[in-house]
Ligand binder design. Structure first.
Ligand code: ADP
Ligand code: MG
Length: 377
């Protein structure tokens, strides 16, 4: 059957799903070190309508791309076989089959308002929405962590990005009104209430609209550096180095690895501090932790850039309680924790600072903790 009309009978299983982008409050570059993270799902999400096909074709369309649908043969999917944006949804179908699930093709129409390439995880949103749709339509019964692991494997093995699991876990497992306290080793998770409005606070997101070219290669190199440091220390992962043992451990490492290790260990501790503050209802005290996290990413891990540094600096100077880059770095977005009545002032101060530096106008919006992947139709 090759005529798409003939497989579009009303009986074909179909539906609509949504999976969100995310910001991460604290815990950056800790996930691939088996550490803690604290992401929050955004109201912005990838939405997908999916209708199963019986002819082995995967037809992918995105409202955010030019041109018609990309048509692929499910049987021919292999890592490296798909170029461009279609590799993200195709990766999920390939991974499901590689994991032994007997799934075939579908018509997939994607419409997402997650800014792309902005460190807000538009890629994981696409992967997770397709994974959730396939799991439901095929009755696979995959739970949240299973969907996230599958989507991460899709990005690692098919797309070719050696990412950790935070983005996918956030997109699947976050819940409305909460941050997700996640132990990326073993995926133990806890929903931590994040009642920003109740505390008179807002979480401002600044998308700097820049993504520097070195991002991809640098990520893999940093990850390799962390793994080398853990091996030299005889540890399974840097997560296993307690803050109390940090100084002694640094002395045993080559100079170039020391700042990486210092970032991971202190950042992991900052996640625990942040969760303790949220549990105690002291949301405002999160501010300085965010700013300390940014300093660590800037000075030790060296993944910030002039644009994210300026956004943090301008936000804090204008009265933000704290600010930091979110996502992998080298551009992308910054989050700032602000008192509700200073939201506009802080956003305007960042925009003015960007104009003064000759940077493109940043996009600013407020993050409200939203729900993870779910069926919408
Ligand atoms: P991030 O995940 O931080 O947004 P990535 O570089 O990991 O950045 O992923 C961005 C890529 O994901 C885009 O270049 C595009 O290939 C794909 N993508 C994201 N959203 C969409 C969309 N709505 N339509 C098509 N492709 C998308
Ligand atoms: Mg991504």
């Amino acid at each position: 059957m090759t005529d798409s009309q003939s497989v579009h009978d009303g009986a074909a299983p179909a539906g609509a799903w949504a999976a969100p982008g995310r910001v991460n409050l604290i815990g950056e570059h800790t996930d691939y070190n088996d550490g803690f993270v604290l992401p929050v799902a955004l109201p912005q999400a990838a939405r997908a309508t999916v209708r199963l096909r019986t002819d082995g074709l995967l037809r992918l369309h995105s409202a955010q791309t030019d041109g018609g649908p990309v048509e692929l043969s499910v049987a021919d999917l292999a890592p490296g076989s798909v170029e461009g944006w279609a590799k993200y949804p195709a990766a999920v179908v390939w991974t499901l089959r590689a994991a032994g699930h007997e799934v075939g093709g579908a018509d997939v129409h994607i419409d997402s308002d997650v800014p792309t390439g902005a460190g807000l995880s538009s890629s994981a949103a696409i992967e997770c929405v397709v994974a959730a749709a396939y799991s439901d339509l095929h009755g696979l019964g995959l739970d949240g962590p299973a969907l996230a692991r599958l989507a991460q494997r899709a990005e690692n093995e098919f797309v070719g990005v050696p990412c950790g699991i935070m983005d996918q876990m956030a997109s699947v497992c976050c819940t409305e009104g909460n941050a997700l306290f996640l132990d990326t080793r073993g995926l133990a998770q806890r929903q931590v209430p994040l009642d920003l409005a109740g505390a008179g606070l807002r979480l401002l997101v600044v998308d700097t609209r820049v993504k520097h070219d070195l991002a991809d290669g640098a990520y893999a190199e940093l990850r390799a550096g962390c793994e080398r440091a853990a091996a030299l220390l005889g540890l399974p992962a840097l997560r296993d180095l307690a803050p109390a043992g940090l100084d002694a451990a640094l002395d045993r490492l080559p100079v170039e690895l020391r700042p990486l290790v210092r970032h991971v260990v202190t950042e992991n501790a900052r996640v625990e501090q942040a969760v303790a503050l949220l549990d105690a209802g002291d949301l405002a005290a999160l501010g300085p932790i965010l700013t300390a996290g940014h300093a660590s990413l800037r000075d030790d891990y060296r993944v910030s850039c002039p644009e994210t540094d300026l956004a943090v600096e301008a936000a804090v100077a204008a009265g933000a309680l704290g600010a930091r880059m979110t996502g992998g770095g080298f551009g992308g977005s910054v989050i700032a924790l602000v008192a509700a009545d200073t939201l506009d002032t802080v956003a305007a101060a960042v925009t003015t600072a960007f104009a003064g530096a000759g940077y493109a106008t940043p996009r600013t919006f407020t993050a409200v903790p939203a729900a993870g992947a779910h069926r919408i139709g």
